[in-house]
Design a protein around this ligand. Structure first.
Ligand SMILES: Nc1ncnc2c1ncn2[C@@H]1O[C@H](COP(=O)(O)OP(=O)(O)O)[C@@H](O)[C@H]1O
Ligand code: SF4
Ligand SMILES: [Mg+2]
Length: 349
């Protein structure tokens, strides 16, 4: 079942003097009503992706990265409720399109690589059936033409003997191979925007590096935009032009990658970077997973008042416990949500 918008959006002023971004997410809120109360998984998220750009969304587990990215294509699982926001993509608000229109866009203009290659492929269909089905649905290609295109894509993602692979079933492939098939499937129709949710987390280190190389090369070759979701600072250091840092369903900071790594402003971004042994832009292939920062992210069923990071923040002041910081434009292209960096605040109950 698809999640659908259940109330009116918050509107944002149009941007002046700049070409419209390929994707603009505005005021997105996704909640899960549960027996125990409402889980505010995504609670007012804004970000943009320009043509040809890769946006990295980074944050600890449970910060709302997956639910945010699934919601772009209205794929968040039930009982997710999109309670506010807009997802403007190529001039349309995807949260307000019909299911039929969404099905036309999904896989064709915006496609997704899922975190777990083992569960994202259909176990009872051959690789060839899974790939050709998508092409035939979106493009009306003949069976023969679709098979040729599928084989071409498998070769593009580095799978040898594509004709033989097309006849195989997912269980006959290794994890790395399944993820390559997942990438090929997402690229079949040359989408304008690729969403990649932790595309290498389920894979071993050597395969991870290969898959990231492959994504970087394909992005260039196909001039695609990408939203890359990860908890791994090494991955965003290597892949992203811009980085958005998420914490507990909200965005802490967004800037270009160099600014995030060289001059981070939000205490959470700094904590993430300080807890990483060394992060630079010359990715060596070694994993740099976010190690734990003292304390734990809050339970989103009982999101704390004020700034959600206050319990763990080394700079917290008394007002941080009752005032929620709003996004503040610190410098061109650099936004931060922190009362001590100039953000305006909103008193919370
Ligand atoms: N099916 C669900 N029911 C209730 N809460 C959920 C469900 N799925 C996700 N959540 C909540 O949404 C939050 C964000 O999840 P997610 O987007 O998967 O985080 P991330 O991808 O950053 O690790 C989680 O902390 C959890 O509280
Ligand atoms: S608003 Fe306060 S608690 Fe939140 S990040 Fe800034 S200083 Fe820390
Ligand atoms: Mg996730």
């Amino acid at each position: 079942m698809q999640s659908t918008l259940v109330s009116a959006p918050e509107t944002a002023p149009p941007m002046m003097g700049q070409p419209a971004p390929l994707l603009a997410v505005e005021g997105l809120k996704v909640h899960f009503p549960t027996r125990d109360g409402v889980v505010r998984a995504v609670d007012g998220v804004d970000f943009q992706v320009r043509a040809g750009q890769t946006l990295g969304i980074v944050g600890e587990s449970g910060s709302g990265k997956t639910i945010s990215s699934l919601t772009l294509l209205r794929l968040a699982p039930p009982p997710a409720r999109i309670v506010a926001g807009r997802v403007l993509f190529e001039g349309e608000d995807l949260l307000r399109q019909s299911d039929k229109r969404l099905a036309q866009i999904r896989g064709r203009r915006m496609a997704m690589i899922f975190q777990n290659p083992a569960t994202s492929l259909n176990p009872i269909l051959s690789i060839g059936q899974q790939l050709t089905e998508i092409l035939r649905w979106h493009t009306g290609a003949s069976h023969r033409a679709a098979l040729d295109r599928a084989a071409e894509l498998l070769a593009l993602v580095g799978i040898s003997d594509p004709a033989a692979r097309l006849k195989q079933y997912p269980h006959e492939l290794s994890g790395g191979m399944k993820q390559r098939v997942g990438i090929a499937r997402a690229l079949l129709c040359e989408p304008a925007l690729l969403l990649a949710d932790e595309p290498t987390t389920a894979l071993d280190v050597t395969i991870q590096a290969q898959i990231l190389d492959l994504l970087a090369e394909l992005r260039q070759r196909l001039a695609m935009s990408m939203v890359l979701v990860t908890h791994d600072m090494g991955v965003v250091a290597r892949m992203a032009d811009r980085i958005t840092v998420m914490y507990a369903g909200r965005i802490c900071e967004t800037a270009d990658a160099a600014t995030i790594f060289n001059a981070p402003q939000h205490p959470y971004t700094r904590a993430l970077l300080e807890s990483v042994p060394r992060v630079d832009h010359s990715y060596s292939g070694a994993r740099r997973v976010l190690p734990s920062i003292a304390g734990r992210p809050p339970d989103l069923l009982h999101a704390p008042p004020g700034c959600r990071f206050h319990d763990r923040c080394p700079e917290a002041e008394p007002e941080c416990r009752r005032v929620m910081p709003r996004e503040y434009l610190l410098a061109p292209g650099h936004t931060v949500s922190c009362l001590r960096r100039g953000s305006p605040g909103e008193a919370t109950p």
